[in-house]
Design a protein around this ligand. Structure first.
Ligand code: SF4
Length: 786
């Protein structure tokens, strides 16, 4: 007898196939649920539209007058972000077999009917576009499909291990299947899948018992087996203060389970928020974990540079531009974001400008890596899909970043304990289960706001609502925990977090407060535990040596000042090339042997040679930077030659300065001091923007007082002193500080207040933008610290 076994996930197929191999006889065919359903529904002569192609077609379909009434932006980037709303809406209605007209009766709000007619038109236009190109979309499947008789009759018996929810369309496909072969469903009813139980009663006419393990024949409409098993969960519940303490505690719980005899292969660590995986990866020094969700590219230059570039194009903020430059994408800042081009031109232009690392030109050697291969593969598909489009550079960049975000590389390191998200646990059982982040709002995850269907309309149309969706997640957690020999549920309380109320539904209640074994995480002494804002009660600013950067840190964030200068936490050294620092060193070296240059060509040659020496060890990135600097430093060279022609000579380089200002001791290092007779000019090289440092309005926001400090320290020795910024990569030249007197007066005000400070509370800054590039994000749980 030909038998097919259908299970929810690939993992559950692997597990079931391992169990079946231990028995005698032929192995039945195994198939994943989504594949099974898609095999039943054919759309002859049409291909399923994919990925970002869907969004581009939907946006084209939105080019009609009435669309504006939905108040949705048609600009691609905004449209893309919102397109999920449309697809979810259309698809859900289609798969639940609810016609749009039915919603008109819901009497939701005054303009609802009008909005529905716009949505109807959008759907019609989108369908017509797809049809013209020989495509279809999941949202049209229930109306376009042809049931695949041949496939459904290929098996005498189909056994379906059901975990999730079935839409009306899916039930229709299964009902058709049940007419053609014996369809057996194995299922577990819990208090959390009541809706599905009712649906079986209404749509299939079969009353299934509550809280039971059961099998029934869909074909015969009869229950084959049913055992009443009330849900019983006996897991430990543990609470810690900080979210990150859960990492140590989870590792300790896993260790305990292994000691008590559970094989590590039979233990799952479940992450309701999968982004937490990178933190576990960081601390898994022994390689015990395997991450079934794989790894993304977000920490790699292939993703970070284009993402930084898009962030800068979207915000126009100087700090975003600086971040892009710091990442090594400086040469890309000059590109136009709005120029229309095709996909090939986009890739070749962006890679030439160094904005897409991983697409180096053929002459530049590059090491092949798993990442490079995977990126090449998605690029080929991307180019194929979008061959006929013409989009603005920023739109291409946006679409490309979305592709990179979706890319996951398998974890091939072979740790024995599996780390997974909750959806992957469907259909599998583990002996040991550890779940972290069991907090309110996380377990179950709150579903996003539905823009077109509020709960009243959903109920009216018989669509699953928020409670139904949350109940389904609860069912998955409950199934996983009830099958485990040992379970540990962890949550954190810091930052006003609450334990999930679901704990009470599981009959477990609040957790035991425990101290996480932090020593598991660190090779050396653990990080200082920071709960609440640290207070510094014996602060003496007069006993410290101050600098412009220390003062800036003090003014920008007391917590950062505390970490860096009181607790002495060292920053992780920058692994890549720091463009600004290298440029400073190159210019220092350039003027080591000579006080000036007379000709541009001579200076350019000397500059190229010096840069070549500094960048020789930096392989590909060095070649890029060398080539880029040669191009952008031309203006800088021209203005230097003009400056020297007026008699200026380099007098000092990297000149140390020190002295007292308002009773506080200051030191610093001036990049360069030039002299012309009795005139002196102190220069500060800037590789990034000078806009924030050299602001002339909103001075209350100024935190960089470097020029004012240098002015006060140098003036006693050089009464005829001028100061200037040199924007090396931005055309060169000598830009004097704006409103210097006002800035000096403000500096003195700050120093007076600082000088009188003897205690302070190390509060985190209110300006979250300052956290964005701060090295202490992890400690503060701010910014993109993951
Ligand atoms: S992350 Fe933000 S709050 Fe924390 S130290 Fe840095 S700047 Fe301050």
């Amino acid at each position: 007898m030909a038998t097919l076994i259908v299970t929810p996930t690939s993992r559950s197929i692997r597990e079931r196939s391992a169990q079946l191999r231990e028995r005698d006889g032929f192995l039945p065919r195994l198939m994943r649920m989504d594949e099974f359903l898609s095999r039943l529904a054919l759309v002859p002569g049409r291909a399923m539209i994919q990925g970002s192609q869907r969004i581009l077609r939907l946006r084209e379909a939105a080019e009609f007058e009435g669309f504006g009434r939905l108040q949705k932006d048609r600009g691609l980037i905004r449209f893309f972000a919102r397109s999920d709303d449309f697809f979810r809406f259309f698809e859900e209605l289609a798969w639940e077999k609810v016609p749009l007209e039915r919603l008109e009766e819901a009497d939701a709000y005054a303009e609802y009917g009008e909005h529905l007619s716009v949505l109807k038109e959008l759907r019609r236009r989108y369908g017509a576009r797809l049809e013209a190109e020989g495509f279809t979309d999941r949202m049209f499947l229930p109306e376009h499909y042809r049931f695949d008789e041949a496939f459904a009759t290929r098996y005498d018996r189909i056994e379906l291990h059901l975990e999730g929810y079935l839409s009306r369309f899916e039930m229709e496909l299964l009902s058709e299947t049940a007419k053609r072969s014996e369809l057996i469903v194995h299922w577990r009813t819990t208090p959390f899948n009541e809706k599905m139980r009712r649906r079986f009663a209404e749509e299939v006419g079969i009353e299934l018992p509550e809280e039971s393990r059961l099998s029934f024949s869909w074909s015969q409409g009869e229950i084959l087996e049913a055992e009443r098993v009330p849900l019983e969960i006996a897991s430990r519940v543990l609470a810690v203060e900080e979210r990150y303490e859960q990492v140590a505690l989870a590792l300790a719980e896993i260790e305990g389970m292994v000691r008590r005899g559970i094989a590590p292969e039979r233990i799952a660590l479940v992450l309701p928020r999968e982004e937490f995986a990178s933190v576990f990866d960081l601390y898994d020094r022994m390689g015990n974990l395997n991450f079934s969700m794989g790894f993304d590219l977000r920490s790699r230059p292939e993703y970070r540079i284009p993402a930084a570039m898009l962030a800068w194009w979207q915000s126009g903020e100087e700090e975003d531009r600086e971040w892009l430059q710091r990442l090594g994408g400086a040469q890309a800042v000059k590109l136009s974001s709005s120029r229309l081009m095709d996909v090939d031109e986009f890739f070749s232009m962006m890679s030439e400008e160094g904005a897409l690392p991983g697409f180096a030109s053929e002459e530049i050697p590059r090491k092949r890596s798993r990442e490079a291969d995977a990126i090449d593969e998605i690029r080929e598909r991307f180019v194929r899909l979008h061959r006929r489009e013409k989009l603005a550079t920023r739109e291409w960049l946006f679409l490309w970043i979305r592709e990179l975000e979706a890319l996951r590389l398998d974890d091939v390191r072979g740790g024995k304990v599996t780390v997974m998200g909750v959806l992957e646990t469907r259909g599998v059982a583990f002996d040991g289960v550890v779940i972290v982040d069991f907090n309110e709002g996380v377990v179950p995850a709150q579903t996003g706001k539905d823009r077109f269907l509020d709960s009243r309309v959903r109920r009216f149309a018989g669509l699953p609502d928020r409670q139904d969706r949350e109940a389904l997640q609860k069912h998955y957690y409950a199934r996983l925990l009830e099958q485990a020999r040992e379970g540990a549920i962890l949550y954190a309380l810091g930052d006003n977090r609450l334990p999930s109320r679901f704990l009470y539904e599981l009959g477990l209640g609040d957790g035991e407060r425990v101290a996480a074994p932090r020593e598991l995480l660190y090779r050396s002494a653990p990080l200082p535990a920071v709960s609440g804002d640290p207070e510094v009660t014996d602060f003496d600013p007069t006993s410290m040596i101050w600098s412009a950067s220390r003062l800036q840190c003090w003014l920008e964030c007391r917590r950062k000042f505390y970490y860096r200068y009181i607790a002495g936490l060292k920053e992780k050294p920058d692994e890549g090339i720091n463009e600004g620092q290298v440029l400073h060193r190159i210019l220092d070296e350039l003027y080591r042997e000579r006080t000036h240059f007379e000709e541009e060509a001579q200076m350019r040659r000397a500059l190229e040679e010096t840069a070549g020496r500094f960048l020789a060890s930096e392989e590909v990135r060095g070649l890029y930077l060398g080539a880029y600097w040669t191009k952008v430093l031309q203006d800088f060279v021209r203005k230097e030659i003009h400056h020297f022609a007026q008699g200026w000579r380099v007098e000092r380089r990297e000149m140390p300065v020190e002295g007292e200002i308002a009773g506080l001791r200051f030191t610093g290092r001036v990049d360069r001091l030039d002299r012309q007779g009795d005139n002196y000019l102190a220069l500060d090289y800037k590789s990034g923007s000078i806009a924030a440092s050299n602001r002339q309005s909103s001075l209350e926001k100024l935190t960089d007082f470097q020029m004012s400090i240098y002015a006060r320290l140098l003036r006693p020795r050089y009464p005829d002193l001028d100061l200037a910024y040199v924007p090396i990569l931005d055309g060169g030249g000598y830009v004097p500080p704006t409103v210097p007197e006002e800035k000096e007066a403000l500096l003195l005000e700050h120093l007076e207040a600082l000088g009188g400070t003897r205690a302070f509370v190390a509060q985190k800054t209110d300006e979250l933008s300052r956290c964005r590039y701060c090295p202490y994000q992890l400690l503060c749980e701010r910014g993109e610290y993951l």
